[in-house]
Design a protein around this ligand. Structure first.
Ligand code: 13P
Length: 253
C-alpha cells in the first residue's frame, strides 16, 4: 500500500512568529479534523524546523526544503541532511524546480543529495517537472525521463522504495494554471510505468507520486481521485491553515 501524503512547501515565506502561529493552527486543525491514514507534512525554512518539530506532537511531519550533497564541511550557508535529521525532520524536498532554475541544480547533483538524504534516514520528496516550453514543444516525456534516469534511477530498488516522487509541472507552479486531472494522471501513469520498467511492478505500485502546481481545496479532490495520484505538494495554499487542512482532508473517508 502506498502512502497518501499532503506536503506543504512554505518556500521562503513567514518570519519566525508567523511560522509558529500558522503551524499551531495547522496542527490543531489536523488533530481535530483528519480522519484517515494520510500523512500531513510541512517543509519549512530552516529557522522554523526545530520549533515546528516540538509543536508537531507527531500530528504533522516536518521536512526541510533542500540539503547539501556533502556530509559536512566548509560550505558556508548550506545545511546538511544530518542537521535536518538532528532536529527531528523526517522529509526533505530535493530537486524542486526553483532549486533547478535559480540555483542551477543538475540531475547529477540532485542524485547525490538524494543519496545523502537517504543515508541520514530522511525521506526525499524528489521533484520532477517540465517547463511551459517543454510542454508546448512536446519534449516533456523526454525531459521527465531524463530527470528520472539521472536523478533517482541510479538508486538500488531498496533505496528507491524509500523515496517519494512529486510531479510538479513548472508552468503550473504559482500560476493558478493547474494541470487538468487527465493531464496529471497521464504523467503519473507514465512515471509509474517507467518505475516498473526500471525496477518491478511491486516497486512501481508502492511508490507514492504526488502532484504539485496550483493545487487548492477546490481542485484537490478531482486530482487526488486519479488512480496514480497519491497526494500533493502544496505551495501557496499551505500558507493558509484552512486551505491546507482542507486539502489534507480530501483523503478523509
Ligand atoms: P503552488 O501550489 O503555489 O503552485 O506551488 C507548488 C509548489 O511549488 C510546491 O512545491
Amino acid at each position: 500500500m502506498r502512502r497518501k501524503i499532503v506536503a506543504g512547501n512554505w518556500k521562503m515565506n513567514l518570519d519566525y512568529t508567523e511560522g509558529i502561529s500558522l503551524f499551531s493552527e495547522i496542527v490543531n486543525m489536523v488533530r481535530d479534523e483528519k480522519n484517515g491514514n494520510q500523512i500531513a507534512v510541512i517543509c519549512a525554512p530552516y529557522i522554523h524546523l526545530n520549533s515546528l518539530v516540538q509543536l508537531s506532537a507527531g500530528v504533522v511531519k516536518i521536512g526541510g526544503q533542500n540539503c547539501n550533497q556533502n556530509e559536512s564541511g566548509a560550505f558556508t550557508g548550506e545545511i546538511s541532511a544530518k542537521m535536518l535529521k538532528s532536529v527531528g525532520c523526517e522529509y526533505v524536498i530535493i530537486g524542486h524546480s526553483e532549486r533547478r532554475q535559480y540555483f542551477a541544480e543538475t540531475d547529477e547533483l540532485l542524485a547525490s543529495k538524494t543519496v545523502i538524504a537517504l543515508q541520514n534516514n530522511l525521506t526525499p520528496l524528489f521533484c520532477i517537472g517540465e517547463t511551459l516550453t517543454e510542454r508546448n514543444d512536446g519534449s516533456y516525456f523526454k525531459v521527465l525521463e531524463r530527470q528520472l534516469d539521472h536523478g533517482v534511477f541510479t538508486l538500488s530498488a531498496e533505496d528507491f522504495s524509500k523515496i517519494v516522487l512529486a510531479y510538479e509541472p513548472v508552468w503550473a507552479i504559482g500560476t493558478g494554471l493547474t494541470a487538468s486531472p487527465e493531464q496529471a494522471q497521464e504523467i503519473h501513469a507514465f512515471i509509474r510505468t517507467k518505475i516498473e520498467n526500471k525496477y518491478d511492478i511491486n516497486v512501481a505500485n508502492n511508490t507514492s507520486i504526488l502532484y504539485g502546481g496550483s493545487c487548492n481545496p477546490k481542485n484537490a479532490a478531482e486530482l487526488f481521485a486519479q488512480k496514480d495520484i497519491d497526494g500533493g505538494l502544496i505551495g501557496g495554499a499551505s500558507l493558509k491553515s484552512r486551505d491546507f487542512v482542507d486539502i489534507v482532508k480530501t483523503f478523509n473517508s
